[in-house]
Design a protein. Structure first.
Length: 318
């Protein structure tokens, strides 16, 4: 999906979660395993081998490309409380606080744990991980646009840092120095460093997987599945909200509700339900009818002109 055609609210949400985004675009750059979990990203394709962790498992390697399966992934739809949007702080400003707030709503500890022991020397900041794992950094100084990161695994450069996304430092080994250097600027380097918690992610995933929407049928423009809930709750999907979606719950049409300011949700009563979503772009039918009508009118005009021209032709006398 070209992001310029997506609802603008989706771009705003990705930015709040720490992904790279601009006026009309967003990308997976900056996504943490929590973002992957939330967006139902089940697989990842990599150009280099990844470290063995509980976050993913290797499926296959072929010709220098590695396919991994993420271990903590939410279904496309799952039941949340009707007060879900108020249970966590989406407007925290710092994407780390936003993600940790979501984890807290599931009764889990922070998924991004602060690393306290860092050293800053001008344009360079360094630290020695006390625990091996996946690490991220957040540079709040918007005057810095480019950062070079060096770990035991090698060096990588991040651009457009001023867009406020999380820097994925990758797997950092215990005891080996990690350095971040501000490039092409005189600004002092300062970033907040975080280690990602695999255990707390599992807790969040288990909590929100309790009442899943189990898909039974899907096409390019429709989704159908079954869900059971014990209380008056909300089925949240990670299908982007658009006015072209139609929702049926047990055959009865229901109004869509925006969740997280960007996704489709629908209220449910206690019990087992069949939820059906179908999509028709708004204005497509009326546009098609107008086009067909215009074609018929033009065809009628063309036929009328031909008949009129024939009548005007002079008669030959012999």
């Amino acid at each position: 999906l070209f992001s310029s055609t997506a609802n603008a609210d989706l771009t705003k949400l990705f930015k709040k979660l720490g992904c790279e985004s601009s006026t009309n675009a967003y990308s997976i750059t900056g996504a943490t395993p929590l973002v992957d979990m939330l967006m139902a990203v089940k697989y990842g394709i990599y150009s280099e081998e990844q470290a063995e962790t509980d976050l993913h498992s290797l499926v296959k390697e072929e010709h220098g490309t590695w396919l991994y399966e993420n271990t903590s992934v939410l279904p496309l739809g799952f039941v949340v409380s009707t007060n879900f949007d108020n249970e966590w702080e989406l407007e925290a400003g710092n994407p780390v606080e936003v993600q940790n707030s979501l984890a807290a709503s599931a009764g889990a500890g922070p998924v991004l744990e602060t690393v306290l022991d860092t050293t800053v020397e001008g344009k360079t900041q360094s630290f020695y991980p006390e625990t091996s794992g996946e690490y991220f950094a957040y540079v709040s100084n918007k005057k810095i646009e480019k950062v070079k990161v060096t770990t035991k695994r090698g060096t990588q450069t991040f651009n457009n840092i001023d867009r406020g996304y999380l820097l994925e430092l990758g797997y950092c080994q215990e005891g080996y120095e990690v350095t971040l250097t501000a490039e092409d600027t005189s600004e002092e380097m300062w970033a907040d460093i975080y280690r990602f918690s695999e255990e707390n992610l599992k807790t969040v995933c288990a909590y929100y997987s309790r009442e899943p929407w189990n898909l039974t049928r899907w096409t390019e423009t429709s989704l159908e599945g079954k869900v059971a809930c014990q209380d008056y709750n909300l089925l949240m999907t990670t299908v982007p909200y658009d006015r072209g979606w139609r929702i049926l719950v047990d055959g009865q049409e229901q109004e869509a509700q925006k969740v997280m300011g960007a996704f489709i949700g629908v209220r449910l009563e206690p019990g087992r339900h069949t939820v059906y979503l179908s999509y028709m772009p708004e204005g497509l039918k009326s546009g098609a009818l107008l086009t067909l009508g215009s074609v018929l009118v033009l065809a009628g005009i063309a036929v009328g002109r031909r008949l009129l021209d024939r009548r005007r032709l002079p008669t030959n006398h012999h």
